[in-house]
Ligand binder design. Structure first.
Ligand code: S3P
Length: 178
């Protein structure tokens, strides 16, 4: 494994774009450990993300997120799954772009809505999608965020792909060194 070629593989994209499951598939295939920024935040705060938003507000969540991003990105040879808003924060975005190869998993709003409303027993509550018409809200937030997501090194449209196929495409782009 040539960590001097690709230091970390960093997955960014909207909520429910598959970052965690693609991260797991990548880790299985290339053997690099997977780190999930949201899981790390929950472990440090000692409570779920919805509770952090409710008790301390989004700004406090973003501050904790920035700290965790900077610590995790200082490591090498990691598959890093980032929370959907972390790449929107300028400081976190710069940190990620400098510390690895960043892949934006792009997803259509309808796909996101299907995934968040179908739900999953272990899916986290997503405070930013808790109110109003989910599709309209997803479209609006996605439009605001797309200019930032587009600064990733690579963009992959993932709507019709399984996590394993996305992982394969990423490893192909990273080259034989991984
Ligand atoms: C957020 C996405 C969530 C989590 C938090 C805020 C966002 O992560 O970090 O609820 O701003 O898009 P996922 O993308 O893993 O759902």
């Amino acid at each position: 494994m040539q960590t001097d070629q690709v230091r970390n593989i960093i997955l960014v994209g909207f909520m429910a774009s598959g970052k965690s499951s693609v991260g797991r598939a990548l880790s299985r295939r290339c053997g690099w450990p997977r780190v999930d920024i949201d899981e790390e935040i929950v472990a440090r705060a000692g409570k779920p993300i919805a509770d952090i938003f409710q008790d301390s507000g989004e700004a406090a969540f973003r501050e904790l997120e920035r700290t965790v991003v900077s610590e995790i990105c200082a490591e090498s040879g990691r598959i890093i799954a980032a929370g959907g808003g972390s790449f929107i924060d300028e400081a976190s975005r710069r940190t990620m772009l400098e510390s690895g190869t960043v892949f934006y998993l792009s997803t259509r709003p309808e796909t996101i809505r299907r995934r968040v409303t179908r739900g999953h027993p272990n899916a986290p509550v997503r405070p930013l999608l808790a109110d109003g018409d989910p599709l309209e809200h997803i479209k609006e937030l996605l439009a605001q965020r797309t200019p930032a997501y587009s600064q990733a090194h690579h963009t992959l449209a993932t709507d019709d792909l399984t996590p394993d196929r996305v992982a394969e495409a990423i490893l192909k782009i990273c080259g034989p060194g991984l």
